[in-house]
Design a protein around this ligand. Structure first.
Ligand SMILES: C[S@@+](CC[C@H](N)C(=O)[O-])C[C@H]1O[C@@H](n2cnc3c(N)ncnc32)[C@H](O)[C@@H]1O
Length: 286
């Protein structure tokens, strides 16, 4: 029997995904096949006539079935790019989003003016895959001692794996616990992308998002529970003039900015993402 070739299997998969209402059928089909064939997506195009082995077709079929059930591509291939770095992901962690890159960039920008040669202590609350803290430590010109906190043991396993992948095992201390409780020292920078979806909106989420851990999404009645708790404790854990930075959900930036102001933070700044949505709130401790 003639073996299926790259172009033919991609076309068939796109038709199938269209029937299942998958949002980006071509992109998803290509990302998954590129991983199986261990080549870039661009290379698929110069290998359109390459025949697939039975084993490759079988593995691809399993991926197609999973994607048709609404499992996000990142979980299927076990990877997601963030700040041009590769992160391993599984169902224990939120898939790092492009919006969150604005938080990392905002902190890196503020650190440009930070004086002194001592390594900076930087803490990420609700670290998940470790995407934020790993990117900060990896990409900053400053030496950093990272701390990543999460309440999920399984998420911390993924974060540790990612730190190893980027040769940062010695630079980031991952701690299991509730918000700022595991932080006994004063830190220079506190960042967080906490769960921020209002409980009533969880049911309405896209089916892909609902495959992500509920503990990474649900921010309580108005979505602001975690911001209140973190901002309440932060002045005691941040050193004077230390930087705080949050990612926020749509429509939450002004509320979070007010919470920071009430807690005595200054130089409050709101940064919008590429869709002009207010995404990041930064401030400075007294
Ligand atoms: C929105 S996800 C962010 C993950 C990652 N920082 C990112 O930006 O991709 C929120 C994370 O907070 C963690 N989390 C939820 N409640 C927590 C708590 N009380 N203390 C510490 N972490 C918590 C969740 O397990 C999840 O990993």
């Amino acid at each position: 029997m003639e073996r299926l070739k790259v172009k033919a299997i991609l076309d068939k998969t796109v038709d199938h995904f269209n029937k299942y209402g998958i949002d980006n059928p071509r992109l998803d089909a290509e990302i998954m096949l590129a991983q199986i064939l261990n080549m870039s997506r661009v290379n698929l195009y110069v290998n359109f006539d390459k025949p697939l082995t039975k084993e490759e077709v079988d593995r691809y079929r399993e991926m197609i079935i999973a994607r048709s059930k609404g499992i996000p591509v990142a979980y299927i291939i076990g990877e997601q790019e963030f700040m041009s770095l590769d992160f391993s992901v599984n169902e224990a962690v939120l898939i790092p989003r492009p919006e969150t890159e604005h938080l990392v960039e905002g902190i890196l920008d503020r650190l440009e003016d930070y004086k002194g040669d001592e390594p900076l202590k930087v803490c990420d609350i609700g670290t998940g895959s470790g995407a934020i803290i790993i990117s900060l430590v990896k990409l900053s010109k400053r030496r950093m001692e990272g701390i990543g906190v999460d309440i999920s043991k399984d998420a911390l396993e993924v974060a540790k794996q990612n730190a190893s992948k980027h040769n940062l095992d010695q630079d980031i201390d991952f701690r299991l616990g509730n918000l700022l409780e595991p932080i006994s020292e004063r830190v220079d920078v506190l960042v967080s992308n906490p769960p921020y979806i209002p409980t009533k909106d969880i049911e309405e989420l896209q089916k892909e998002v609902k495959k992500e851990p509920l503990g990474a999404l649900d921010g309580g009645e108005d979505g602001l529970d975690y911001y209140r708790q973190i901002i309440d404790e932060a002045p005691k854990k941040l050193r004077p003039s230390g930087i705080i930075g949050f990612e926020v959900g749509i429509g939450q930036a002004k509320d979070v900015a007010s919470l920071l102001k009430e807690a005595g933070f200054s130089e409050i700044e709101i940064i919008s993402d590429y869709s002009e949505i207010e995404r990041v709130v930064l401030g400075i401790n007294k």
